[in-house]
Design a protein around this ligand. Structure first.
Ligand SMILES: Cc1cc2nc3c(=O)[nH]c(=O)nc-3n(C[C@H](O)[C@H](O)[C@H](O)COP(=O)(O)O)c2cc1C
Length: 229
């Protein structure tokens, strides 16, 4: 697939056909994705391909805890877990999480069926190998993840190249300790994401909704002039 097309049309896919994703496909995807950049080229990631049905169900149940909290906060008009937010409003919204479960008989979406996605890959990060330049700042840190998520995105792009779709999810990070324990991760590792992959069901939306360049770009100052054409 041509690069421009891949970059502008690779959206989140959460519905899959029953067609399996083979180990060979996952291996080929990771073999491409591993060329992602990382701070100091430390490549501080590890992937765990989750196949065991019981482990998958456990991860699904852990995912749903955060998922319903997310839906409750979004329904209350909040940006869920924004580093800067109204914590009181957030706590109030979370009390409505149980109400976000689908009604009996409604199968729900990918979250409720996470155990059945064709491929499920956990992405772990080695905290001893992350060059987190902003570690000591008095604000929420973000640089460490920047050494891991390009790899996650590469997994989606490499999957797309094989006709697969998927989504990077972070909901399981709400239950990080339980997830790390479930997969036997040693101390010093963090959970960065769980990536679902599969053959897309239906035709993905042809147009992704993204802000235009002028909505997030200026020259010299935050409130500076627009970039020229
Ligand atoms: C860091 C990150 C975390 C995300 N976490 C989740 C998640 O936990 N669950 C989920 O369903 N989608 C998750 N997504 C997918 C986003 O919701 C999706 O990329 C975004 O809404 C754009 O969707 P689109 O590509 O279909 O337009 C995540 C994406 C990123 C980049």
């Amino acid at each position: 697939m041509e690069l421009h097309q891949a970059l502008t049309t690779t959206g989140a896919v959460r519905e899959f056909t029953d067609e399996p994703v083979t180990d060979g496909q996952i291996r080929a995807i990771l073999d491409v994705a591993r060329f992602a950049p990382s701070g100091g080229n430390r490549q501080a990631w590890r992937t765990v391909v989750v196949k065991d049905p019981e482990l998958r169900r456990r991860l699904r149940d852990l995912y749903l805890v955060g998922w319903y909290e997310y839906l409750a906060m979004a329904a209350a008009g909040l940006v869920p877990w924004a580093p800067l937010t109204d914590r009181t409003a957030e706590a109030e919204a979370v009390t409505m999480a149980a109400a976000m479960r689908p009604a009996d008989g409604n199968p729900g979406g990918m979250a409720e069926q996470l155990d059945r996605v064709p491929a499920l890959i956990l992405l772990l990060a080695d905290l001893r190998r992350l060059a987190a330049v902003d570690r000591d700042l008095d604000r929420y840190t973000m640089v460490g993840g920047a050494s891991i998520y390009p790899f996650a995105w590469n997994i989606l792009l490499a999957g797309r190249d094989q006709g697969l779709g998927g989504v990077v999810t972070t909901m399981l990070c709400r239950q990080e300790a339980a997830v790390l324990e479930a997969v036997g991760a040693p101390d010093g590792w963090a959970l960065a994401a769980a990536i679902a992959l599969g053959h897309p069901a239906g035709t993905p939306a042809s147009r992704l909704r993204r802000a235009a360049v002028d909505e997030f770009t200026s020259v010299d100052r935050f409130d500076g002039a627009p970039l020229g054409s």
